[in-house]
Structure formats: structure tokens, C-alpha cells
Design a protein around this ligand. Sequence first.
Ligand code: ADP
Length: 543
Amino acid sequence: MMKTPLLVSHLFAYSQTYFPTKEIVSRTSNGVHRYTYAEFGKRTHRLSAALAALGVRPGDRVGTLAWNDHRHLEAYFAVPNMGAVLHTINIRLSSDQLSYIVNHAKDRVLLVDANLVHLLTPIRQQLTRVQAFVIFGGDASILDGPLQPAYSYEDLLTQANPNFSYPIELDENSPMGMCYTSATTGLPKGVVYSHRGIYLHSMAMGLANTAALSESDTVMPIVPMFHANAWGLPFAAIWFGAKVVLPGPAPSPGVLLDLIAEERVTLAAGVPTIWLGILKELETQPRHVALRMALCGGAAAPPALIQAYEEKHHIPFVHAYGMTETSPLALFSRLKSYQEKLPYTQKLTLRATQGLLVPGLEMRVTNGDQDVAWDGAEMGELLLRGPWIADGYEDDERSKDTFIDGWLHTGDVATVNEEGFVKLVDRTKDLVKSGGEWISSMDLENALMAHPAVFEATVIGVAHPKWNERPLAFVVLKEGQSASKQDLLTFLTEQFPKWWVPDDLIFMHEIPKTSVGKFLKRSLREQYQDYLQRRQNDTEIPE
Ligand code: ADP
């Protein structure tokens, strides 16, 4: 067979040939922007030319610090097409982390949204390798600000050479992208994506066994374009010719739901906290939506969330699992055809698992060296390998702890049932170790979020003098709903062994979230580590 390299530029060329009239809709600070794939293509080509004129060469890193909009999408293709490496930077990092990753990635040019420039100005002096800042939007005065040298994105595109030609064919294993994990502890770790990996990952997004993404879809990545390639949706959607909707700066649940309704979005993707927010909006101000798939990943989707979307709003809600290290799609929870006949509660239980391995990958769930039995009970660590799984971190000696004997050790503890459905029990570090037994914080959270009065809930393990660790729950109630601590603990007692039930439950107005919208357990742990001890001594307890 022919050894045609699998390159991002091929996705782009195909899309330009077959779908020039398809539409890309983007919410920006200046209102909604619409254009066709053909116009997108021309600008993307000009962006490659402009970057080349700024000195970017194949292999160089180009960082983006931007919201989900059409300019970010142009960079998604312009940078890999010219053989350079697209480094998408998390806009919610601390200054220290930002300067660490821009320097560590050796970013040469940064593409920055005008309303995010303020994140870089205090650290400009530390970004010694950055030769140019290219600003998306904003007025002319921003170019005279402290971030130098600065260029207007639109001006660069206008001045770019329209006859620019791309470098000769690249190696499919050459790098095309980079993303740092948000790192709950220590410094962020860099993952480098290859053309081949992203090509195959995009193809996997189109499989009927996964998202079945196709030309007939209208795709909206709510997940930020700096979070694991927006789960690969921009690449797959453009390749297959789907209409693309990008929700722009800091979209509220109301804005998201309006876009879903007005643009007739068929597939949108986000973390559970995003879907919880949209659900609340849907219930207070219903809109007619045409979603065929609400794709939820990045953290466990509570069964009650799946049920609320499907039973009340008739929106198919699908759960998937991945990591920055896995491009990210790795598991996808769709029932097998013969399982459709099962009673709803059984189907819900299965669909709330992280699902089946995506075709193209391999997995093991191991306990020491032994693979666990596929009995839905024995727990072990999930290991993955395949063409879109990273094999190390960029220039980082921590690689050896995660990439062992050709397998990515995910740090996630899971069971597998007889049909191959993987159920995550917890991240290793989130499991509560009570008196030598394991308690799944994830199961307790899912159960609490099934209570009709509960909006959000999370559970952590905190120190206990006798049991080593005990679960402590945090709950945000739905507006206008009430439930007492005792109501909720009793609710859990009806579903779990007594020793699983948290020792206490704390009501909050909001659970702290990570930069990508997951519950930030680390900060709760820091604050409440000795809570039970203090409660016992009856000393002051934090609010
Ligand atoms: P971070 O580590 O900063 O959260 P990632 O997005 O790469 O960055 O996180 C990957 C982790 O998120 C996985 O290892 C897993 O613990 C968790 N995760 C991802 N998807 C799911 C899911 N569907 N259910 C439960 N946990 C998930």
C-alpha cells in the first residue's frame, strides 16, 4: 500500500475542496461573525504566510492564548499546515505557570486575544524567547501597550503573501501541536501531538461507534480550545465539513443555550459542570434545541444529569473519557445494540460508565502486574496505548513515572464489566482510604447529585485519627430547594454500606473549580484536611 503521510494539511485541503460553502459561526467581543469555509481557508493560508514572514519555521512553536473563535480556528490549521507546532495555552493559569510553559515550550510567537493581553504584560520580561505578539481584535492602542513587539492580526493577514507555498511534505510523525496538563500538583507537563495521531484521532471522532461526527452536524465545542485540542472537535468537524459554532469569550449558560437553539447545534461538548449550568438554564427558560448529542467528558457524568437531559428534555446525553495525554478521546459510552433492550435503569448505569475503548486503541486494567478480571468488581489502574496516546512528556523527567513499558499509566482506578465497559472508580489520589478499605468519592458524588435538591456535590478524603481517612461531602443546593444535612446523609445511607457515608456534609454557595471547570478537590483538601480533627476538638471551623 502507499505510504501517504497522515497530515493535518490533508484534512484541511480535503475540507477546502469539498465544503467551501459550509459555515463557521463565531461569537466575538464585537458580535457574531460568520463566514464560509472558503473564506476561512484563505485567511488560514494568509496566517501561515504571515507567521513565516515573522520568522516561524517548521518545528517552531506558536502559542495561542485565546477564546474559542474563528481566529483561534484559523491558527489550529495555519500553524500545523506550515509544519510549525500549535501550543494552545490555558488562559486560567497563574502568572508563574504561564511563564513556565511559554518558556518551556520555547514559544516563538504568541497569538493573543486582545482581552487576554493583560495576562502577559506582567510577565513580558520573563518571556525571553517570544519574538512577536500577534493580537486578535482590540483597538489600535493595544499595539502601543507594554507587550512588545505587537502586531495586529488583521493587519498581518491583509499584508500577507497570498502566493505563499507550504514546505515540502512533512513526516507524519512530526509534531503539530502541544498542550500542557493543568497539573493539580507540581509544574504543568507538556504533551506533544503528532500529525499522524491527530489525523487518526479525528477519524475516530467520525466513527458510528463514537460521536459519528459528519457533514450533517453543527458542532459546538464548549470545551475550551486550550483544553486537549477542544477534544479534537475542530479538526474532525472541519475535515468532515460540519457547520462549526464557536462560543467566544466567557460564554454564560444562557449564551450557550441561545447559540445551541439559534444555530441549531446538533453536537456540543463540555465538562459536567457546564452541562449542569445549561440544564439549570433550560429549566428556567426553556428553548427549542436540536442537539442529537450532548457530549460530556473530562470528569464523571452523574447518572442523574444524563437522566435529566434525556427524560425531561429528550436530549441524548453521551459520556466519554480522555486525558490531555490521549489527544484526548479514549473511552466512549454507547450501548451495544442488544443492550438497548435492557430496562432503563440498567441502561443508565451502563451509560454513566466511561464506556468502551475507542477502536484503534489498546487498554489494560492492572493490579500490580496482573490484569483484573472483567467482572465489574475488581479494581485496577487503567493503562492505555495507541497511535494517539503520548509516549512521554516534553523534556520532563516525570515521564518515567507515567510512561512505563510502552503504556500510559493514567492514574485512574477502574473496573471493567463482562462486556468491556470501563467504570472509573476514582483518580488514584481521590480514592478515600478508610481503615484499609477503598471508598469511591466519585460514586458518592454521583449519588448526591441524584438528589432532587442538589445542584453540585463533591467528596474528598480527610484525615481521621482512627480510620486514617474519612469522606467529607460538599454540597450546593439548587436555588429555591431545601434539604438538611441529615436528609442527604440518610439518602446516602439508603444506597451505600454505612461506612461509606461521609462523616460530615458542608453546604457551600459554589464548589471551587479547576481552570477547565472540574471540581477543584485540591483546594478543598488544603482547607479541610484536619476538619474532622478540629470538629472533634470543637475548635473553629472554616465556613
Ligand atoms: P487535568 O488532569 O488537569 O484534569 P485532563 O483533562 O487531562 O487534565 O484530565 C484527565 C483526567 O480527567 C483523567 O485522568 C480522569 O481522571 C478525568 N476524566 C476525564 N474524563 C472523565 C470521565 N468521563 N469520567 C471521570 N473522570 C474523567
